[in-house]
Design a protein around this ligand. Structure first.
Ligand code: SF4
Ligand code: SF4
Ligand code: FES
Length: 282
């Protein structure tokens, strides 16, 4: 048993399920459907024969090819979003059996090993539904803009060598850079709620992903040019002070990004920034 499985009882259960998975079984997919923004939602069930190694997306493809419910009614194909199919783009994120994660890497053997087992698929609840399991994550990207989560270099001309970065700093930033903007940390966060009014996006809680990305770019020698602007954004309404420290975010991050460490680091940086501004009379 790996260390990760020893520490996480759910991972241990999934590993046990995988070992006991029955070949040639049929699994019931219970899917939360919605025709479009603002439309009511409903549940539909589909029987899917599961080949070995199937994941949620391959089963959704089976349903799309044969959109008939367990009651025998013909319906529309279920809609979902995806891109890389290898847990890199974050587009396929949804709530699977009550826990947010990427559907492309969710193996059916881990969740539904026996004949007739049920998989429950829902869209994330903190983003507006476009259709069925596909949500609009624009606000997630908007919040990255709020903290200017980029290195401000543009153009194709030769700027010469960049500043020298230490291996230790590179190591810290490499882990933070693995964020794929999936939205799991926002779905799990009690402080981040569905906000369809775009006018309120700049004052509602920014989220753990943006706080961590602000740290990533503030710790980059060139990215630090915008350090004060990022800290100003985190000091404002909906910034880091709105984090309730529930730590749900770090538990669901598929890339194991040290989000609570980033929140603590940026909390300290914001406090020092605030004191400096006070003494400068700003
Ligand atoms: S620590 Fe809690 S409140 Fe803060 S971002 Fe994470 S889940 Fe949200
Ligand atoms: S911090 Fe983790 S959970 Fe949040 S968006 Fe990035 S990869 Fe996803
Ligand atoms: S399709 Fe890219 S993470 Fe799943």
């Amino acid at each position: 048993m790996s260390t990760a499985t020893k520490l996480d009882p759910a991972a241990a259960q999934r590993a046990a399920n995988r070992k006991s998975a029955k070949a040639g079984r049929t699994v019931i997919f219970r899917v939360k459907r919605c025709e479009g923004p603002g439309k009511p939602s409903r549940w539909e069930e589909f029987k899917v024969p599961v080949p070995p190694g199937a994941n949620v997306i391959s089963c959704l493809q089976h349903i799309a090819a044969n959109p008939v419910t367990t009651q025998g009614a013909r319906t529309t194909p279920v809609v979902w979003d995806s891109g890389c199919l290898e847990e890199v783009c974050g587009a396929c994120t949804m709530v699977i059996n009550g826990r947010v994660r990427q559907s492309c890497s969710a193996l059916i053997d881990d969740y539904a090993p026996q004949e007739g087992d049920v998989m429950v698929l829902e869209p994330m609840s903190k983003f507006p539904v476009v259709r069925d399991l596909w949500v609009d994550r624009s606000r997630l990207f908007h919040n990255l803009q709020r903290v200017k989560a980029w290195v401000p270099i543009d153009g194709t001309y030769d700027l010469g060598s960049g500043p020298i970065e230490s291996p230790a700093s590179q190591g810290t930033r490499y882990k933070l850079s693995e964020c794929m903007s999936c939205g799991c940390c926002l779905e799990a966060c009690p402080q981040f709620n569905l906000e369809e009014d775009k006018a309120a996006w700049d004052t509602s809680f920014i989220g753990a992903h943006a706080i961590s990305q602000a740290r990533l770019f503030n710790e980059h020698a060139t990215g630090a040019i915008l350090k004060d602007e990022r800290l100003d954004a985190l000091m404002g309404q909906g910034g880091i002070n709105d984090c309730g420290n529930a730590q749900n975010c770090v538990k669901v991050c598929p890339k194991h990004i040290p989000l609570t460490e980033s929140i603590a680091a940026m909390g300290r940086a914001v406090t020092i920034h605030g004191i400096k501004k006070f003494f400068r009379g700003e």
